[in-house]
Design a binder for this molecule. Structure first.
Ligand code: AMP
Ligand code: GLY
Length: 440
């Protein structure tokens, strides 16, 4: 009998999860808010719904005899979907509401690290009112980052020296966050870190963490790292599962931080089962935590899962049952993923525009295609206001993977754009050079 697995979410990340589960022979079901054509085609059953509607998702799972659920986005985690599915006897890759606070509450995660003495934390303060924030800002010796306390879809963070010029602008944004309750109530102010960012994702079974290949995402909308922040325009991994600017001992330090965080969660009474996403800044003093997410990254999932010809189902079962096996067989290859996004994405995305995708030609070019936040109606694919399609190249080197990705991208047409610089030699070199300067 095939294992029945429910995948929640309809983006590129979830399409990659679905494809990996299919390779392991799972019977896949999908609950999503948009008609992702890649997922719809692969799934035995699809339910279009609001992904935070816990009763509806649970009912769909129960009526299909689902044994295991993989929850893609953060919103259903915050809504308590994992708690409810677990109560109904369904195994979950995705933490409970309490454990998901690692992502959903920046105050919780900073305080947890501090309380348990986990390395890699930053100087920070958490505030509910402007007056106490002002005292902190006035006394703080360096540049600050302003973060709304809760979820903002990755768009609420502003950095002094980048988005905010000087303490006055910092305080003005603090006031805006508090007045308009952006991301709930409260604001976190923290030390601005200088370095290069990387992502370490780990499978966690409550006790153990199994790290995946390191990934670097590109948040800025336009080539050359300019423009507004986005959910991520594309990402790459290297064949050694490090990155060209990250050394083995940096990776080990990041793994140690994740391992201690999981131990802290357990001690805290909220064991963490799911994928833990660590966003790190590699500084001159080693990796520091920028934030945690309680799920796979998007696009990062498309990179790492393209390296897993088999084994995701087994790992997911290990996560849900609290017994991860020792290794996850990621291929020693490089990947480059670029997102095709609607014209205007980042400021004023054009939804409802048709996109023409030649799947056969993309496959012939050797690239992988993952559908994201598009809608299929009567055989035509339309953009929504989010990212449309992910294209991934897999090869021995980043440079070759980038070329494969680009060959795939030529077979997609529409009112869309791509950051072509991602994974190109010039940009990767710039990262390496920047890190060399930071290390001094
Ligand atoms: P977050 O939503 O916490 O991932 O923040 C979004 C982006 O803001 C990150 O990807 C970083 O580029 C930047 N950022 C967040 N925290 C810091 C920090 N403490 N120092 C420097 N940059 C930061
Ligand atoms: N790529 C960033 C994220 O998934 O949050």
């Amino acid at each position: 009998m095939k294992t029945k697995v429910l995948v929640v979410g309809g983006g590129g990340r979830e399409h990659a999860i679905v494809e990996a589960l299919l390779r392991d022979g799972a019977a896949v079901y999908s609950a999503m808010k948009n008609m992702n054509p890649g997922i719809a085609r692969a799934a035995l059953g699809v339910k279009l719904l609001n992904e935070t509607d816990v009763p509806k998702v649970t009912e769909f799972a129960l009526s299909n005899g689902i044994e295991l659920a993989v929850i893609g986005p953060e919103a259903p985690l915050e809504a308590g979907l994992a708690d409810e599915l677990i109560r109904k006897g369904i195994g979950c890759v995705g933490p409970t509401q309490a454990a998901a606070r690692l992502e959903t509450s920046k105050r919780f995660s900073r305080r947890l690290l501090k309380k348990h003495g986990v390395p890699g934390n930053v100087e920070f303060g958490t505030f509910q009112d402007l007056d106490s924030a002002k005292v902190f800002v006035d006394d703080f010796p360096g540049e600050l980052v302003v973060k709304p306390e809760g979820l903002t879809g990755g768009k609420g963070v502003k950095v002094e020296g980048e988005h905010l010029m000087g303490k006055e602008e910092v305080l003005r944004y603090v006031k805006e966050v508090l007045d308009h309750k952006i991301g709930g109530a409260g604001v976190v102010l923290e030390e601005r870190l200088v370095g290069e960012e990387f992502t370490l994702q780990g499978f966690c079974d409550g006790k153990n963490v199994r790290g995946m290949p390191l990934v670097q995402d590109h948040k800025r909308a336009y080539e050359g790292d300019v423009g507004p922040n986005t959910g991520g325009m594309g990402s790459y991994t290297d064949a050694d599962h490090l990155l060209p600017f990250v050394r083995q001992h940096d990776r080990e330090a990041a793994e140690d931080i994740m391992q201690r965080t999981i131990a802290a969660m357990r001690e805290n009474g909220s064991p963490y089962r799911g994928v833990l996403y660590g966003q790190f800044m590699l500084t001159k003093d080693g990796p520091k935590v920028i934030e945690f997410n309680a799920r796979f990254g998007d696009p990062e999932a498309m990179n790492v899962l393209s390296l897993l010809p088999e084994g995701l189902l087994d790992v997911c079962q290990g996560v849900a049952d609290g017994r991860l096996s020792s290794n996850v067989p990621f291929l020693p290859k490089a990947t480059v993923c670029k997102y095709v996004v609607p014209a205007g994405y980042g400021t004023d995305p054009k939804a409802g525009r048709p996109v023409v995708v030649d799947e056969n030609a993309i496959a012939k070019a050797g690239a992988r295609l993952y559908y994201a936040a598009v809608d299929e109606k009567n055989g035509t694919i339309y953009t929504t206001s989010s990212r449309s399609l992910g294209v991934v190249g897999v090869a021995d080197t980043i440079e070759e993977a980038e070329a494969v990705c680009e060959a795939g991208l030529t077979h997609i047409q529409g009112d869309v754009f791509v950051r072509h610089d991602i994974g190109k030699r010039e940009l990767v070199r710039k990262r390496v050079e920047h890190m060399r300067q930071v290390r001094g």
